[in-house]
Ligand binder design. Structure first.
Ligand code: SAH
Length: 203
């Protein structure tokens, strides 16, 4: 469990430079346009970290939420915050500590933010396949991906053309476009994606 050790160390030492400290504006805007009567959809946030979106989802009537992270410290922190700020959260939200690549389930919506960039780029094809596997027919993977390079990593950078090639075998690419409502430090350096699990899963 090398990956877990790596991330747990970062959490223990508070090396969490990716953390925005609040709900991600593009994810918030995406969630806001989901009709009230559809807020029973099954939502997953993998690599959720501090998971500010969890409380936002609960406050806005989402009723079936799963937050997943490989680092026990991240999950313990989120559990404490939920208990403080969202009493009764257990009725609508599941906290899971584990490896995304070993996770199973069927979700209607998976939200991405600074998770793909946290993974070794060699894992990207496995990421695309796993995301597709975790989505129910017609389900969506939505969120933000960096559209820039970094020296070393994590975070590891990437660009639209690469994402297009990565996801096309598994998804109908509804949106893959420059993000117009990124958090300040990421302005001009992100794309927003909405990928639909419509075609049959390739063998
Ligand atoms: N999405 C959060 C956290 C991003 S950092 C945010 O935007 O603030 C990436 C997170 O992914 C870390 O919390 C790390 O512990 C987690 N992670 C890394 N590899 C993982 C894996 N294989 N499975 C689940 N979580 C993982």
């Amino acid at each position: 469990m090398e990956t877990q050790v790596f991330w747990e160390e970062r959490w223990k030492n508070s090396h969490t430079g990716w953390d925005l400290g609040a709900v991600s504006p593009p994810l918030k805007a995406y969630l806001d346009q989901i009709p009230l009567e559809r807020r029973d959809l099954k939502v997953l946030i993998p690599g959720c970290g501090n998971g500010y979106e969890a409380i936002y989802l609960l406050e806005n009537g989402f009723a079936d939420i799963t937050m997943l992270d490989i680092a026990p410290t991240a999950i313990a922190k989120l559990r404490r915050r939920l208990s403080r700020e969202a009493p009764g959260w257990e009725a609508h939200l599941r906290l899971e500590c584990g490896d995304f690549f070993a996770f199973s389930g069927s979700f209607d919506l998976i939200l991405e933010q600074t998770f793909l960039c946290a993974l070794d780029p060699a894992m990207r094809p496995d990421y695309a396949r796993k995301m597709r596997e975790l989505l129910a027919p017609g389900g969506k993977l939505a969120g933000v991906l960096f559209d820039r390079d970094f020296e070393g990593g994590p975070p590891f950078g990437g660009h639209s053309e690469e994402y297009q090639a990565l996801f096309a075998p598994y998804f109908y690419i509804k949106t893959l476009a420059p993000c117009y409502n990124s958090a300040k430090p990421r302005e001009g350096a992100e794309v927003f994606i909405i990928l639909e699990a419509t075609s049959p899963m390739p063998g």
